[in-house]
Design a protein around this ligand. Sequence first.
Ligand SMILES: [Zn+2]
Length: 98
Amino acid sequence: MSEIIADTRQRAAKTHYCDDCGQMIVIGEEYRRIRGKWDGDVGVYRCHLECSTAVNDLHKMHGLCSDEGISLRSDLEPEDVVWIKQKHPIVADRLGLK
Ligand SMILES: [Zn+2]
């Protein structure tokens, strides 16, 4: 179970790594920052705006709620890869999808 404490867009003051794709969020880049509680632990989840949109769309497509996390790095089915390349080319490039 998760609880969102704050969900904001911020401009990176230092580099971070996207919790969705694993690639760098560079200084000055706008990103989504979610502060929340996951399984009792407070933490911060940071992701590229495009990755956040892609993950949200994947959840909708598969009929999952946001608690049922999909990782762009490990949970992609072959049809998801095709779909990401078509609908989210920036994310596909970050993931190195061929
Ligand atoms: Zn990302």
